[in-house]
Write a protein that binds this ligand. Structure first.
Ligand code: SF4
Length: 132
């Protein structure tokens, strides 16, 4: 996700995997104001409760704010976009028991793509595992 705070620069390059695949949940506690975005209600995979997320384009092209050259709302992207780092996701997954990790990666194609993106970025720009 394209807009990172100064303290959390992620060298995404041209990768847009997370913008294409992830639901971006809005977090009012982090200052996100749902009314400022085009949103949909989805079930949060962690809590199982309804949650507001950025809308996706109908053609499966990912986040509605993803343009040809990346994020079109850099200066006001939600907190999840500013803070996400696929390398942390990679380390989080690597911390799970192998069988559980393999099952999640097999059953959730979004998890697999994000994991692979995190693995690739980790190889190019390593992040210490203690940061996970
Ligand atoms: S708001 Fe921008 S950074 Fe966030 S998912 Fe959409 S395109 Fe990516």
């Amino acid at each position: 996700m394209g807009n990172k705070e100064e303290r959390h620069i992620v060298p995404c390059g041209s990768c847009q995997v997370c913008c294409r695949l992830s639901w971006v949940f809005l977090d009012p506690a982090q200052g996100d104001i749902a009314e400022l975005y085009d949103t949909v209600e989805v079930i949060h995979p962690t809590t199982g409760a309804p949650a507001r997320a950025l809308a996706h384009r109908p053609n499966g092209g990912g986040c509605i704010y993803l343009g040809a050259n990346g994020c079109t709302i850099h200066d006001r992207a939600p907190s999840m976009c500013r803070n996400f780092d696929c390398r942390l996701y990679y380390w989080q997954m690597m911390g799970k028991p192998r069988a559980l990790r393999k099952r999640e990666l097999r059953e959730q194609y979004t998890a697999k793509e994000l994991f692979e993106a995190g693995s690739n970025l980790q190889q190019k720009h390593p992040l210490p595992p203690l940061c996970a």
